[in-house]
Design a protein around this ligand. Sequence first.
Ligand code: B12
Ligand code: SF4
Ligand code: SF4
Length: 280
Amino acid sequence: MDNYIDAKSLLTELYQADAGNCFDDHTLGKMLDWPILGIADAKDPWFTRFKEELIGDFYWTPQEALELVDDKAQARSVISWYMPISKVAREANAKEKKIAARPWAYIRTFGEKLNTRLRHGMEDRLRDMGFAALAPAVVPECIEQDRLMGLSSYWSERHTAMVAGLGTFGISGGLITEQGVATRLGSVVTDAFIQPTVRPYGDDPFAWCLRTARGKCGTCILRCPASSIGETVQERDKKACQSYLDGISIRGQELYGWEGTYGCGLCQTAVPCEHRNPTA
Ligand code: B12
Ligand code: SF4
Ligand code: SF4
């Protein structure tokens, strides 16, 4: 009989116990809102499609990822989550036209550190319960410069979240959830069985983008200061985005006041999919 894993409680407890979910200016409140979870079946055919058809051979299936820490374990579930970016940071970023607002950049650096603490916290909790567990996205150096795909991780939080029923891609490349695209995502693969989430969009990976679903919008194309977003997700110029962000990083300390990664995220704010599913 399978052990019952209450993944939601595990993650929520870790989130609640973390004292670092705040800005340096404490009056601004929390960086990231409560995590929302989805569960993917580790054997979902999408994972092999990513490897064999859509991304590349370097890409890990859940089984390959879990074998990195336990070569006898059988991957059964992938716990995926998103945490919405706080309203304060979204609203500040929505006013920007060239670079990230300070609270947005702060979350890119320190909110992602919190997210990684949650990833490792979930690994620890599951291992304490006797299960194998791995957060593949934070395995060091799990990133590849692929000939076709450009800079690409061996494990994509967005693709995983799509399989776990949390949302679909927009033409910007962002994962649009019920609470929008302005989120940070995480995931952990485990051999524990957890009932998979039924995807409300079935197998349509672009169902919640107004452009792909209804032929309307394209606001993210206009918002991008690097002209990196095209009419379809396949036309996205990832290099243009990356170079633009690299340019900001060089001046990051001077612009923002700390050493870190700052992002931009203009394509995720002042757009109809910012904090909701715009097709709902
Ligand atoms: C590397 C990286 C970057 C690089 C990208 C480098 C490059 N050349 O593109 C840079 C620095 C530019 C970057 C920028 C940003 N990033 Co980033 N990044 C990542 C990282 C670490 C890996 C992404 C990756 O390689 N994915 C795998 C590849 C294969 O996917 P992809 O590049 O997105 O391309 C896919 C889509 O276009 C789509 N697609 C195309 N056709 C089809 C067809 C089908 C059927 C399907 C299903 C999909 C699909 O699939 C492509 C390949 O399949 C992830 C964390 C992670 N490990 O997932 C965060 C991550 C994707 N980034 C994130 C964010 C927030 C950002 C920024 C907004 C920066 C910021 N914080 O301000 C921008 C947004 C850029 C954009 N338009 O999406 C979030 C996304 C949150 C969300 N809701 O979408 C992530 C998940 C980090 C996190 N922990 O939350 N990022
Ligand atoms: S801004 Fe519009 S076109 Fe761009 S991803 Fe969001 S819904 Fe799709
Ligand atoms: S695609 Fe990159 S450069 Fe363009 S708005 Fe989004 S994060 Fe900024």
